[in-house]
Design a protein around this ligand. Structure first.
Ligand code: ADP
Ligand code: G6P
Length: 491
């Protein structure tokens, strides 16, 4: 039985929609990235409150800013979505220091093992703390002691710490969508002790993989030797002397049924057929990512170049389609990456194109859901090669949309998804261009029966461990039992 008073309160930097300005003024646009893809069906399914930033600075020029229309735009969304949105206004200075600075110039690269990209400015740290305090105030105002407070991702690691310091008692869970780095990397963070201590203030801390949880525990042991781990398995208890908390691995997933159903719809099948037709029924290798330096897109394009150099028999017989959704466009490194990718695409096409065949197709835009699913359904090979990734939902979406069951997933061994999918995906090292080229060549020549066996296993694993199971396993471990929907799953 669900308690009427216990609500799920999700807190993340991003809401499922963001305010974006275009030539027609401020618009509400679908948010992008794995966090939003995963959490949106959860709240739609069970209701609750989602607290986050609107995506626009609150101190924009009033004549120009979104303030006047914002409430109306979000109210319209709430009526339709079936859960409440609550915004935390941030100034431009806060967005710069806490979001672009600490979150995206320090934690994002460091936690993806790319420490040379970090800029450890102390002012970013101060801004991170200020904004976390502001979020905690909003959580305190908008929730009751009965609610379950579920904090999402690296932007908000100080929530439990500040709630406690304000004397606000709540049951809190934290889920990290990105990897937790090995201790030798984590220890480079100048504020490592404060950050790890803040994480110990949650009642439950969740990671994508057992390896991430181990990395966290190793850093914790170095920085807080009094911490004692009890238990084994996916969720352990960490005893800190006067208090304890739980830490666990909860691999995130997708709404499998929704993706698979969409891929079976006639208009989507039509889109997939038109794409095949336009490419003269050549085999399609597909890459889909936010345009981010962790995704290994330049390395992937170079692998395609290696593939075409090594195997001239594939000329005119295969297309590589890379779809990249714009992300963090204000940041120089992301601008440079975009230019690098465009130049590489030009170079490979310049080297191999012949009349009637251009090997690489590149789209830099956010696609509507049905169009994206059409691409997934048409692709013969899903090529997912991040240099490092918390999970990577694209890998799971590709399999869910492959209703015919004849696709091949080529997957980076450094994606969190590899821990679950390694037995039936083709695992590759994203830095090894020759290795990827060889894997692709084999995948393209795989017997249909073999493809079907492996794809069926991949689909079954993702279907079973879908996003709703993920939510339940987290809430069960977080002792938010009245919010749990399913009986405990056997594994
Ligand atoms: P990340 O969270 O780092 O962005 P994921 O692979 O986990 O990586 O999630 C990416 C999400 O963004 C997926 O749900 C995918 O469907 C979506 N996405 C990626 N590219 C596009 C695009 N061009 N248009 C629309 N959605 C996209
Ligand atoms: C990843 C992160 C999310 C983030 C998303 C998009 O999925 O784990 O927390 O929201 O990327 O990035 P952005 O900076 O636009 O929010």
């Amino acid at each position: 039985m669900k308690s009427a008073s216990q609500r799920l309160v999700v807190v993340s930097n991003r809401l499922p929609v963001a305010l974006v300005k275009d030539e027609n003024g401020w618009q509400v646009k679908q948010g992008s990235g794995g966090l939003v893809t995963a959490m949106a069906p959860v709240l739609k399914n069970r209701g609750g409150v989602w607290i986050g930033w609107s995506g626009a600075p609150a101190d924009a020029d009033p004549a120009d800013g979104p303030d006047a229309d914002m409430d109306r735009l979000f109210d319209d969304f709430t009526d339709e979505a079936g859960y409440e949105l609550c915004t935390v206004p941030l100034t431009q200075a806060e967005v710069d220091g806490y979001y672009f600075g600490f979150s995206n110039e320090i934690i994002w690269p460091l936690f993806h093992d790319l420490q040379s990209r970090c800029r450890f400015h102390p002012r970013y740290w101060r801004s991170y703390l200020d904004v976390n305090f502001k979020f905690a105030e909003a959580v305190a105002r908008r929730s009751t002691p009965d609610d379950y407070i579920w904090i999402q991702d690296y932007h908000l690691m100080h929530q439990a710490f500040f709630l406690k310091s304000m004397g606000v008692r709540r049951n809190t869970g934290f889920f990290l969508h990105i990897p937790f780095p090995p201790p030798d990397i984590f220890m480079k963070l100048p504020w490592r002790a404060k950050l790890i201590q803040a994480l110990t203030e949650f009642d439950l801390v969740g990671f994508q993989t057992v390896q991430d949880r181990r990395n966290f525990v190793s850093s914790l042991h170095r920085l807080m030797p009094e911490a004692k781990v009890e238990g084994r398995g996916a969720v352990v208890t960490v005893n800190m002397g006067n208090r304890s908390f739980r830490a666990g691995a909860f691999p995130i997933s997708i709404d499998f049924a929704q993706f698979s159903k969409m891929a079976a719809q006639p208009d989507v099948l039509q889109k997939a057929a038109e794409l095949k037709e336009a490419l003269r029924h050549r085999q399609i290798i597909l890459g889909v990512d936010r345009l981010d330096y962790t995704k290994g897109i330049p390395e992937r394009i170079r692998s395609i170049q290696t593939l075409l150099r090594r195997y001239p028999d594939l000329h005119g017989k295969v297309n590589f389609i890379q779809i990249a959704v714009p992300s963090r466009e204000e940041v120089d490194e992301y601008k440079e990456l975009r230019t690098e990718i465009e130049q590489l695409v030009g170079r490979v096409n310049g080297e191999f194109s012949i009349p009637g065949w251009v090997p690489v197709h590149y789209h830099y835009r956010n696609l509507p859901h049905d169009e994206l699913v059409g691409y997934y359904a048409a692709a013969d090979v899903g090529l997912v090669t991040p240099l490092r990734d918390g999970m990577n939902l694209v890998a799971k979406e590709y399999c869910a949309c492959n209703n015919k069951g004849d696709g091949v997933l080529v997957l980076s061994e450094f994606a969190g998804a590899a821990a679950q999918l390694q037995r039936h995906a083709y695992l590759v090292n994203p830095y090894d261009m020759e290795g990827i080229a060889k894997a692709l060549h084999r995948a393209l020549h795989w017997e249909p029966e073999e493809r079907k066996i492996h794809m069926a296993k991949l689909r079954e694993q993702i279907r079973r461990n879908n996003i709703f199971r993920w939510v339940d396993s987290f809430l069960r471990a977080g002792i938010a039992k009245s919010l749990v929907d399913f009986p405990e799953m056997e594994t």
